[in-house]
Design a protein around this ligand. Structure first.
Ligand SMILES: [Zn+2]
Ligand SMILES: [Zn+2]
Length: 267
């Protein structure tokens, strides 16, 4: 299978998961977000301020639906999921939610080792199941996000900033591929360190691909991807935009730039 085929298959897989997630979103009960300014000023991600009650049996059903979909899509994966339904206890699901919201990879790695399952499975199931919750929190929080001055991380889910699109007027809009929060940013500003010096910020372009560029910052050595989606033939969700522009990540990282500040090892 060529690299292109794998990417195409991954894209189709992700598209189907987004469809499932859109369906689950409609099943989530209404909730409020307690916008406590002191908490926000202290750096609390907005998701921690949402007054959400998790419906465990609903979540269990979503995880089972997801497993059924994965096995249907790739029957060869069936045996890898064989023990998972037994692990979907109320206690584990509650813990998965908390740990996936803060992307605690160490916890999921340990969980997989402890239960003899492949490392990617619990994190994949938890993240895919809880993304719709995150996305609804982000939708509710969007007016608040629009008023904020944001650098480095998404204010809703704390995902590091890595991608922007251009709006109708050509202005840069940072997009969070995890919760879909979005906000305008200055054209010449590094989203990682706030640098606005036009000499140390520049843009890398790819020959023959005018709709995509990479903004790099020589002060912090980090980059973000900028996609002019108006030039795209197919309209993709933000998750798929991130996935389908992976070529830009490879180019940027090959040139010695990082997608995340400080943790300077990205492989
Ligand atoms: Zn986010
Ligand atoms: Zn920077």
């Amino acid at each position: 299978m060529s690299k292109f085929d794998i990417l195409e298959e991954l894209q189709e897989f992700q598209e189907k998961i987004v469809e499932l997630q859109e369906k689950w979103k409609l099943e989530i009960a209404p909730f409020k977000i307690n916008f406590d300014q002191a908490e926000i000023d202290a750096g609390a991600p907005i998701l921690e301020l949402a007054e959400l009650e998790l419906d465990i049996s609903q979540t269990q059903r979503w995880i089972m639906e997801l497993i059924d979909f994965v096995i249907g899509f790739k029957p060869s994966l069936k045996w890898r999921f064989i023990n998972i339904p037994d692990l979907l206890t109320n206690e584990n699901i509650m813990e998965w939610l908390g740990k996936s919201l803060i992307t605690d990879r160490k916890y999921f790695k340990h969980f997989a080792e402890e239960h003899g399952i492949e490392e990617w499975i619990p994190l994949f199931l938890a993240e895919s199941t809880f993304h719709p919750l995150l996305q609804l929190i982000a939708e509710t929080a969007q007016p608040e996000v629009d008023r904020m001055n944001i650098i480095e991380n998404c204010p809703v889910c704390f995902e590091p900033i890595r991608m922007a699109t251009l709006d109708g007027g050509g202005k840069k809009v940072i997009q969070c591929p995890r919760c879909y929060a979005h906000w305008h940013a200055k054209h010449l500003q590094c989203s990682h360190c706030g640098n606005e010096d036009h000499i140390t910020i520049h843009f890398l372009t790819i020959e023959g691909v005018p709709a995509m560029q990479i903004q790099v910052c020589e002060q912090c050595k980090c980059y973000i991807k900028i996609l002019d989606t108006k030039q795209f033939i197919t309209k993709l969700s933000v998750t798929l935009l991130d996935l389908s522009s992976i070529r830009l990540d490879i180019i940027a990282q090959d040139k010695g730039y990082f997608s995340i500040r400080e943790k300077k090892v990205i492989h």
